[in-house]
Design a protein around this ligand. Structure first.
Ligand SMILES: [Zn+2]
Length: 359
């Protein structure tokens, strides 16, 4: 079975299930914006920082949020129709569906994930090597298996050499299902607004993925690793649902100012990246920024306007606004060679961002 497009190098399971449209990486089955392509080190950096401030409960939050989010993505990956979903997750099709889900987790850069044993409802074991983030990666796998087994299933995990092995506990449900957080995190839908020039990337004739995707990223399906070619940075397809669920949970605990912390972490991460790669192929103009953000599923830049000594930007379908704001402000600072002040707000799913020189 062919797994990687011989023409552009993108995993076929990605191009068959997702399309790049309206600034989003949208699931073909139900039209919802699912992912942004994101540096694994940024994800891990922000959570290490939060862990230092808030203690180890943060990993549990990531774990719960990621698991709920992954279950939703897994359920809708191949069909949005309830009847078809039931068929896919029942015998005789579920083995095929399960193999596809494992392949999908590798395609989105979670790490090398292998299915060791499986008998529906009785046993299940996965080995995970080189996960991009232990708690998040475990969560994604369990979310997928939750859908398989009727969730939430109970798992144990043990370290085995460089990898770890997770095993299903037969017939037992995870206590997670009783937790408020688990129910609360059942997440919203992210349906992008259609835009006039929303389909902006020339596509691969073989698989339909944007040609730019294969040019910008290399996919190692064996290892479950995605690498940004220009920088060598490991990247993941980061679920919008997961980030939103985590943000909501933090806001509940810490108040809305926690968003500022995510923006600042993003700014720091991206400034450091630009400093490491001074020739990073991204410039401060509408075309370059629009293509950069849309390829990564971060939204569609519909307006970039100079206002006095600052700029105003409008980003449609901005489902990861903290990421977009942090990144754009950092880039502006890099290009202008000075510090910035910024304000931002949302109108529906549209992000309005104003950047001015720091006063
Ligand atoms: Zn292709």
């Amino acid at each position: 079975m062919e797994t990687i497009c011989p023409s552009c190098g993108v995993p076929l399971i990605i191009s068959r299930t997702h399309e790049w449209r309206n600034g989003c990486i949208a699931n073909r089955a139900d039209g919802s914006a699912n992912f942004s392509v994101y540096e694994a080190s940024f994800h891990n950096g922000v959570f290490e920082r939060l862990e230092r401030q808030l203690g180890p409960t943060i990993n549990r939050m990531v774990y719960i949020a990621g698991r709920v989010a992954a279950a939703e993505i897994a359920r809708n990956l191949f069909s949005s129709r309830a009847l078809t979903q039931r068929l896919l997750f029942r015998s005789p099709l579920y083995r095929l569906t399960q193999r596809k889900l494992i392949l999908f987790t590798r395609s989105i850069g979670m790490g090398r994930i292998e299915l060791l044993a499986h008998r529906r409802g009785k046993e299940g074991a996965v080995r995970v090597s080189d996960p991009f983030h232990l708690a998040h990666c475990t969560a994604v796998i369990l979310g997928g298996l939750d859908v398989m087994y009727g969730f939430p299933v109970s798992f144990t995990a043990r370290v085995e050499g460089e990898a770890y092995v997770g095993e299903l506990v037969p017939g037992k449900k995870d206590s997670l299902g009783g937790e408020d957080a688990y129910r609360r995190l059942a997440s919203e839908r992210f349906i992008p607004s259609p835009l006039q020039d929303g389909k902006m990337f020339p596509s691969c004739r073989r698989c339909g993925a944007p040609l730019e995707l294969g040019r910008s990223f290399s996919f190692d399906l064996q290892g479950g690793v995605i690498t940004e070619r220009e920088t060598g940075d490991r990247c993941i397809f980061y679920g919008h649902r997961s980030l939103h669920a985590i943000l909501r949970e933090f806001e509940l605990e810490l108040g809305p100012e926690v968003r500022g912390l995510f923006v600042e972490a993003e700014m720091e991460g991206f400034s450091a990246k630009l400093a490491r790669h001074p020739d990073y192929g991204l410039s401060w103009d509408l075309k370059s920024l629009r293509s950069y953000l849309a390829l990564r599923g971060m939204g569609f830049l519909s307006r970039l306007e100079v206002k006095g000594d600052g700029v105003e930007l409008e980003l449609s379908n901005a489902f990861v606004p903290t990421v977009a704001v942090g990144r754009l402000v950092a880039l502006w600072e890099g290009c202008a060679g000075k510090r910035a002040d910024y304000t931002y707000g949302m109108e529906g799913n549209t992000l309005l961002l104003r950047i001015t020189p720091a006063g």
